[in-house]
Design a protein around this ligand. Structure first.
Ligand SMILES: [Zn+2]
Length: 274
């Protein structure tokens, strides 16, 4: 094989790998992230439509009818220990991760692919998936360096999506009210004041702080206890003051049982000759 053939072959392989990579990326939609985005919408967005008995328009990207994984997600049951059952075939799995793999490998036909499908994970920046799931641990500096201008862009994007989801047939005043209601429930957390708010985070930060304080208090207590005990029993000094009954000349003591400094005396034989 000539060097020209080798070069052609290398270019072909590189082209193939790029095409394959593009296909993989184009079809990639995180189930985990989609699940968190869906939970956010189920809590803050969909109930608003139910309250007013409004139908979510087809062109709304968050319409459940466009959700790639909704059919699969509705056909699995996961208990609090993480064990999962596939309702398509009845198989049982030890974790949600394993049933997710199973759904991908065995039930591809239940992943929506009609050309109008939407990947909810694509809206995770707006729907704060990383914060709500606890996947991203945030601290003081994240909040201190929060960029309000960036969040304003996200808020604008969120409001744009919300507007596209309002039914067209509504009267103008009802439409304005409903848009305001949706923006308040779905987009209002996109400010530096609220962006890092998450019940899960607060709880875990609170419990971590309590554990750290308990650990420090218990650790300090143990160190102090053993320091006092070592000094008291194994050195000639003691933090514990001896009473009159036990102090003074050994020969004048009432009791002969070893107490206090006698126990601590490392050379009892020498002490007896003093
Ligand atoms: Zn199955």
């Amino acid at each position: 094989m000539s060097s020209q053939d080798i070069m052609k072959c290398a270019i072909f392989l590189l082209f193939q790998s790029l095409v394959t990579y593009d296909v993989v990326v184009a079809n990639d939609c995180s189930r985990h992230q989609s699940r968190i985005a869906r939970k956010n919408l189920e809590k803050n967005f969909f109930p608003k439509f139910q309250n007013h008995a409004y139908v979510i328009p087809d062109n709304c990207a968050w319409n459940p009818a466009k959700d790639i994984y909704l059919n699969q997600e509705q056909n699995k049951e996961v208990d609090e220990l993480g064990r999962a059952v596939c309702n398509f075939c009845g198989k049982i799995f030890v974790s949600e991760y394993h049933i997710d793999l199973h759904m991908t490998n065995r039930h591809q036909q239940h992943i929506l692919k009609d050309g109008k499908e939407a990947c909810l994970a694509d809206y995770c920046d707006i729907l704060r998936c990383d914060i709500l799931s606890g996947d991203k641990r945030t601290g003081y500096w994240d909040e201190a360096l929060c960029n309000e201008a960036q969040l304003k862009q996200l808020r604008d994007s969120c409001e744009k999506h919300v507007r596209s989801c309002v039914p067209d047939h509504l009267e103008e005043d009802k439409k304005i009210d409903f848009i305001a209601e949706l923006i308040d429930s779905t987009c209002s957390a996109l400010t530096c004041d609220k962006f890092y708010e998450s019940g899960l985070d607060k709880e875990s930060v609170y419990s971590s702080t309590v554990y750290i304080i308990l650990f420090v208090v218990l650790g300090t207590g143990l160190v102090l206890y053993y320091t006092v005990a070592i000094i008291h029993f194994f050195t000639d000094d003691s933090f514990i003051k001896e009473t009159d009954e036990y102090s003074g000349n050994y020969s004048q003591r009432k009791y002969t049982a070893p107490v206090g400094s006698e126990i601590r005396n490392r050379y009892p034989a020498m002490a007896a000759h003093r």
